[in-house]
Design a protein around this ligand. Structure first.
Ligand code: PDD
Length: 284
């Protein structure tokens, strides 16, 4: 069955949907995206995703084609039309179509596109067994806090990791881990402190990160927001990633070496359980 996608006011079979070759998302990666997770046919923590969408478009002086309320109504309609139970809903806003010029066009109308992806979120091999990561240099731009579709460096890092036999890459800049290719990076020290890089323009302000840190603090885990090095990862008790699509997923191998015994750690497992409970409560 072909998916129904949304493009600028229309719900269409995916092979009938069209976007202009002059769309600035296509020509300049002049576009913002969000990925919301779907559980039980509903959206997880979607208000936070929409708030970040607004922040990103504001940072680029882009504007939205309609209100956030209307965007959410379209999102919910997409879930219904695609009869999706578990997976993700991808949403992209671009500055719209205009003749090619580096300057922002004065009168382009933002484009809005959405599609669904059906896949397991809760019961996954990655959650069960953990994943392996390798480090690669972070060659991305300096506004990683804006969720743009300029994802080629992240895509290259992911491919480098896969070519090295790992599942993902953690990116390194000035000797410190920034984040994963499409997730935030965290470790638990041997003293039981959850270390995570502080928010800045160097990383995406993860929606899952925020919720998980709050849950960790509620359960009495000490959270320290500071940058950490690859050596600290190698010597950690645990490591894990957070993202809308992977929730909390343990990292069990780092640069080819097991972290402790190479098995998912108990803090990561507990935080995943707590996050799933939070996600189910947040459904809309
Ligand atoms: N990625 N860091 C980066 C670079 C990301 O691309 C993402 C999300 C995150 C985690 O953010 P959140 O918890 O809000 O999903 C961190 C999405 C899932 C993606 O590109 O598919």
């Amino acid at each position: 069955m072909s998916r129904i996608v949304y493009v600028n006011g229309e719900f269409l079979p995916e092979d009938e949907a069209k976007i202009s070759v002059f769309d600035r998302g296509f020509l300049f990666a002049d576009a913002i995206y969000e990925v919301s997770t779907v559980l039980q046919g509903k959206l997880v923590d979607n208000a936070a995703h929409l708030a970040r969408l607004q922040r990103s478009v504001d940072a680029l002086n882009m504007g939205l084609p309609c209100s956030l309320e209307e965007i959410e109504a379209i999102q919910l309609e997409m879930l219904k039309r695609n009869d999706i139970n578990e997976g993700g809903l991808y949403l992209q806003v671009t500055r719209g179509a205009a003749d090619r010029d580096f300057a922002f066009p004065k009168d382009s109308k933002p484009s809005l596109v959405m599609f669904t992806q059906s896949r397991p979120v809760i019961d996954t091999a990655a959650a069960q067994n953990g994943i392996s990561v390798v480090t690669t240099p972070d060659i991305r731009w300096q506004r990683r806090d804006i969720k743009t579709v300029g994802l080629l460096p992240a895509s290259m890092a992911k491919q480098t990791a896969l070519d090295a036999g790992a599942n993902d890459a953690w990116l390194v800049e000035d000797g410190f881990i920034t984040e994963g290719t499409s997730n935030n990076a965290h470790i638990v020290t041997k003293d039981g402190v959850l270390l995570t890089r502080a928010l800045s323009n160097k990383i995406l302000h993860g929606i899952t990160r925020k919720a998980v840190l709050a849950l960790a603090e509620e359960t009495g885990i000490t959270v320290e927001e500071r940058s950490f090095t690859p050596d600290e990862v190698s010597n950690a008790a645990e490591a894990f990633i957070t993202s809308a699509s992977m929730f909390v997923t343990p990292v069990v191998t780092f640069n080819g070496e097991p972290i402790v015994d190479g098995k998912p750690g108990k803090v990561a497992k507990r935080l995943r359980e707590l996050y799933i409970a939070f996600a189910l409560k947040s459904l809309k």
